[in-house]
Every structure is written in structure tokens, then in C-alpha cells.
Design a binder for this molecule. Structure first.
Ligand code: PPS
Length: 570
């Protein structure tokens, strides 16, 4: 017999087949809310019973007690507010007693909600009590303050269907499915491993030890809903987990994907994870160092203590009914070719470890990743989506006044790259862009901003596809350049080149005669004359065309690309 769900019954909220058609029909007459990515994750676990005993998004009284005491009105332990946030405009159209259709972004009906409360929450209080901080450096607090609507709608759900997934279908299970699978396999003691990162040998050793400790089987239960911004995408991770799975003894481990939207809420989140795993039929949960923590703030201070999560779950262990398997950090002991929890390492014993940052660096530089650290098949999967720099795309983004020499250097750089690499290169020059991409836009602040961000978007796509983009607009505003930098850097290299030619020189050159016209008042809002140019605050390269020739500028940029590894000498 398997462990009881939290609260005693598995609350699957999909109505019986016979009622679904009527519900769909009725929904046509109801107002609709289109769910956000995070709400889609939440509703999946509400509907499939992963969030048992919840029967919908929290109403006001449940919300208040969860925030303050980690309990539902019924007294049952529940640590995380699961709320449906909406804008003030939407909130104004809803009243207690109403019904509202909840849909995915394609319009597909997932559930009908019976509205119990509509209210404006005290977000600051929620942040402080639930996450222990009001700092928006905490991702959940940032979400709460900047992304979530200002009103909450609470009420029970009648589910029509689960959100649709087309990927990894055979690895997605509802709690009922997973429970049935455990029974089929005859598994009774099952320890779950929660993760949002790729797994390497340390994790393999740790999970093996955990399964031995509980005398049972292992469920690798990675989060594929929403994790911490900047994490490795789940497609890559799941391919890695699959490769790793082969290394467990036959019949010991199983992989299932959890469509959870994490909050990075540390201790409270750990209690939540325990409840979810219990609903999925697990008897134990591994809780490691800094479980579900968001890391450190910008001053280097961690949001939670390293073992706060373990302690909180252990405190409620009896009430939760699911066991905690606490784990210390695992380190490699090369002299014995084995992994050990750090507290079992003897004095003077040599240990090795590779941090996430160091791993990323090695991937980027195409450096060796030792076999003691990971398995060759896992590393191969990581390298597929994280190739060394010379196989990544990059963008060289020129900025400078009209007539500063951007286009000339950009064109010269393009021909040199074509000569050297044989790779596809796209030049997004100001004039080309304004003809093909931004026709109709003028030179107001808003239009320039749209123009520059459009260029950034196209460059980011080229970079994502591992090509080379060269951009050469004036790009007079720092905010737009920073926006592009952030966007493009998430896909590959971003190299900003400030063509720092003094206004007097540009004006003197006046290749197109535009400065003369601007001075004469024939062109209004000309950059440098009566419209601002904000010099870049952190360009990778500065070209001074009054001191350097075009060729020198180009060689300087090429040197940089070789030095940083974006180009490789054949
Ligand atoms: S921006 O600010 O980045 O959107 O500008 P960009 O797309 O690079 O376009 C600049 C070219 O347009 C011509 N032009 C003007 N420039 C600046 N201010 C005003 N008001 C203006 N009106 C027309 C000018 O020739 C710029 O080309 P370059 O190649 O920079 O000289």
C-alpha cells in the first residue's frame, strides 16, 4: 500500500467525462482569463492532484492563513500561496459567485472557476512572511512585485483538461499514474530527488546512497515547469537525465518530469516539495544543502541558511508523513576514487569539486570535463546545446554618431570575417535596416528605440542560430543598448564597439551633408546637434577613428574575437 496523499485524498479536479461537454458549452457564455506561464504550471498541479488537498486557487481566508501560519483554514499544513493573480481591470469585472473560464494562450478551456473572493493582497506582507525578504533580488519577490497582477481571484475549480504538452510525453505522469506505476512495479519505499540542474556523478552517488538508506527505490523528479532564470533549459537537462539513468542498477530508478513553477522559496518551498512528492506517492524526499534557494543577493549574502530547508521539513516531519533524507554537499576524494558527504571527509584528505560556474566556463572554452565529475554521455548532451565559444553565434554591435565611421568599419569587418571563417555573416547597417526592417519609422525617441530594439531582436535570432550579426545603427540611447546586450548575451556573444569620433570631426566630414542641413534647421532632432547621444558605459571595444585607420580598428576587433574564443585559428 502506498503513502496517503496530503490531507487524505488525492484531489483530482478534472470532472467526469460526461460533464465535460456541458462545461465546455457553458464556458462559451462565461468571461475568460488567459493563464500566464506560471499559472499554467500551477493549474496543472491543481488539476492533476499534485497540490492535494487544494481544490482551486486559494480564497482569501486560506491565503491569509497560509501566508501567516503555513496552514489552510482546515488546519492542514500548506506553505505556499497558490494564487490566481489578475490586473485591476480584470478584477473589476469579477464578483464572488461568478464563474470564469480559465484558458491557455491558444484559447483552450482548462477549467471553470467558481469565484469565492476577489481581493487586493498586501504583497509586501506576502513577500516578507513567505519568502523572508522584500528584496526584489529574490526571484519570487521580483515576480510578485513586477509581474503578478495586483489582485487575486480565489475559488474552486472544475477541470476540463490538463494543459497540453507535446514533449517528453512518456516521461510525464500525473500523481495517479505514478502511483499506479509504483504499484505495478511493487515499489513501496520511494525516495524522490528534486532537481533543476543537470545531474553528474555527485548526484548519482548521493541518490544511490539515499535509495540504500531508505532501503527502497529512487524517483528522479526534475522540475520542468519554471525554474530559476538562467538555468539550463529542461530539454537539455532531460536528455542528460536519460543518459544518467543507465548508470543505476537495473530496476532501481525511474525518471518522471514535474511541471512545477518553482518560487526558489527555500525552507517553505522545501515543505511544499515534500507535500507534492507525497501526493505523487513517494515516501521520502532528499533535501540537500540550500534546497530550492535562490542563492545570494548582490552583496553576497544568502537569502537562507544552508540547512534551513532541512530543518523546517524535519520540524513538520510527523505531520507531513513523508520522510526527509538530509544530505550534505558531496565531494570527490581522488585518492579513493569515490564521493563522500563533506562531513565524512577526514582531516587532510584531498577533495575535488567543480562548481556550476566552473563547469560553464569549461563548456564555453571547450575544455576537458573529467570523468570523475560526470559521465561522457551527459557531457556530450551538454556540449550539444552549450558548444564552445567558437561554435556559438555572436553579435558585433557598433554604436556612434552619424558619420563616425561605423558603416565603413562594419563593412570592412564583414569582409574580413568572410575571408577568415566561411561562416554566414549578416550586416544590419543603419540604412539597410531603415529600408527593410524599420521602414516608416522616424527619428523620435520612441521610433529610434523601436528601431534599435528591432535590430537587437534580429541579431539575437541570428546569434541563437550560431551565425554572426554585425549591427551599425547610431543607437544613441544606453537603455536600448543594454536591453539588446541582455537579450543577445543569453544566446551567444555580444561585443559592443563604440566608434568614438568627436562631433566636430563627424560634422567636418559631413559625408551626406546632413550636419549642414541640421545646423540650418532643415533637419530637426539630429543626433549630436539637437538630439542626444549617450556614450556607452561599458563597451567591449572603443575605436578612435581620428587616431586609428579602418584596418587597425578591424584588426583590434578580430584580436578581441580570437582572444575571447569566438573565433578560432584554423
Ligand atoms: S538610430 O538613432 O539608431 O535609430 O538611427 P539609425 O537607424 O542608425 O539611422 C541613422 C541614419 O539616418 C540618417 N538620419 C538621421 N540620423 C540622426 N538623426 C536624424 N534626425 C536623422 N535623420 C536622418 C543618417 O544618415 C544616419 O545615418 P549614418 O549612417 O549614421 O550617417
Amino acid at each position: 500500500t502506498l503513502i496517503e496523499p496530503h490531507g487524505g485524498t488525492l484531489c483530482e479536479l478534472i470532472v467526469p467525462e460526461a460533464e465535460r461537454e456541458a462545461l465546455r458549452e457553458k464556458a462559451l457564455t462565461l468571461p475568460s482569463i488567459t493563464l500566464t506561464p506560471r499559472q499554467l504550471c500551477d493549474i496543472e498541479l491543481l488539476l492533476n492532484g499534485g497540490f492535494s488537498p487544494l481544490r482551486g486557487f486559494l480564497n482569501r481566508a486560506d491565503y491569509d492563513r497560509v501566508v501567516e501560519e503555513m496552514r489552510l483554514q482546515s488546519g492542514i499544513l500548506w506553505p505556499m500561496p497558490i494564487t490566481l493573480d489578475v490586473s485591476e481591470a480584470v478584477a473589476r469585472t469579477l464578483n464572488p459567485g461568478d464563474e470564469v473560464a480559465l484558458r491557455d494562450p491558444t484559447g483552450l478551456l482548462l477549467a471553470v472557476m467558481h469565484v469565492e473572493d476577489v481581493w487586493k493582497p498586501d504583497k509586501e506582507r506576502e513577500a516578507r512572511l513567505v519568502f523572508g525578504t522584500t528584496s526584489t533580488e529574490h526571484p519570487a519577490v521580483a515576480y510578485l512585485m513586477h509581474e503578478a497582477g495586483d489582485y487575486y481571484v480565489g475559488g474552486t475549480l472544475k477541470g476540463v483538461q490538463l494543459p497540453v504538452h507535446y514533449d517528453f510525453k512518456e516521461l510525464r505522469h500525473t500523481p495517479a499514474h505514478l502511483r499506479a506505476e509504483f504499484e505495478r512495479r511493487g515499489w513501496e519505499r520511494i525516495v524522490a530527488f528534486q532537481t533543476r540542474n543537470p545531474m553528474h556523478r555527485a548526484h548519482k552517488e548521493l541518490t544511490d546512497r539515499a535509495a540504500e538508506e531508505v532501503g527502497g527505490h529512487l524517483l528522479i523528479h526534475p522540475v520542468v515547469g519554471m525554474t530559476k532564470p538562467g538555468d539550463i533549459d529542461y530539454y537539455t537537462r532531460v536528455r542528460c537525465y536519460r543518459k544518467l539513468l543507465k548508470y543505476y542498477p537495473e530496476g532501481r530508478a525511474m525518471l518522471s518530469l514535474l511541471p512545477l513553477a518553482m518560487r526558489m522559496g527555500g525552507p517553505r518551498e522545501a515543505v511544499w516539495h515534500a507535500i507534492i512528492r507525497k501526493n505523487y506517492g513517494c515516501t521520502h524526499l532528499i533535501i540537500g544543502r540550500d534546497h530550492a534557494g535562490p542563492g545570494k543577493d548582490s552583496s553576497g549574502r544568502p537569502f537562507y541558511g544552508p540547512y534551513d530547508a532541512q530543518e523546517l521539513v524535519q520540524k513538520y516531519q510527523d505531520e507531513l508523513g513523508i520522510g526527509v533524507v538530509p544530505f550534505k554537499l558531496m565531494v570527490y576524494v581522488p585518492d579513493q576514487d569515490t564521493y563522500k558527504p563533506i562531513d565524512e571527509v577526514k582531516e587532510g584528505e584531498r577533495t575535488l569539486s567543480i562548481s556550476g560556474t566552473e563547469l560553464r566556463r569549461r563548456l564555453a572554452e571547450g575544455e576537458e570535463i573529467p570523468e570523475w565529475f560526470s559521465y561522457p554521455e551527459v557531457v556530450a548532451e551538454l556540449r550539444r546545446t552549450h558548444p564552445p565559444r567558437h561554435q556559438q553565434g555572436f553579435t558585433v554591435f557598433f554604436t556612434g554618431l552619424s558619420g563616425s565611421g561605423k558603416s565603413t568599419i562594419a563593412n570592412a569587418l564583414m569582409t574580413r570575417l568572410l575571408e577568415l571563417t566561411g561562416r554566414p555573416v549578416t550586416l544590419l547597417d543603419g540604412d539597410v535596416v531603415r529600408t527593410h526592417l524599420s521602414k516608416g519609422l522616424g527619428f523620435s525617441k520612441e521610433d529610434r528605440s523601436i528601431n534599435v530594439r528591432r535590430i537587437g531582436y534580429v541579431a539575437s535570432e541570428i546569434t541563437k542560430h550560431r551565425g554572426i550579426a554585425i549591427c551599425a545603427p547610431i543607437a544613441p540611447y544606453e537603455a536600448d543598448r543594454q536591453y539588446n546586450r541582455q537579450l543577445i548575451s543569453s544566446f551567444g556573444g555580444y561585443i559592443e564597439v563604440f566608434v568614438d569620433t568627436p562631433l566636430e570631426v563627424c560634422e567636418q566630414r559631413d559625408v551626406k551633408g546632413l550636419y549642414a542641413k541640421a545646423r540650418a534647421g532643415l533637419i530637426k532632432g539630429f543626433t549630436g546637434i539637437d538630439d542626444p547621444y549617450e556614450p556607452p558605459s561599458n563597451p567591449e571595444i572603443v575605436c578612435r577613428t581620428t587616431e586609428e585607420t579602418v584596418e587597425q580598428c578591424v584588426e583590434k576587433i578580430l584580436d578581441y574575437l580570437y582572444r575571447e574564443g569566438y573565433l578560432k585559428k584554423e
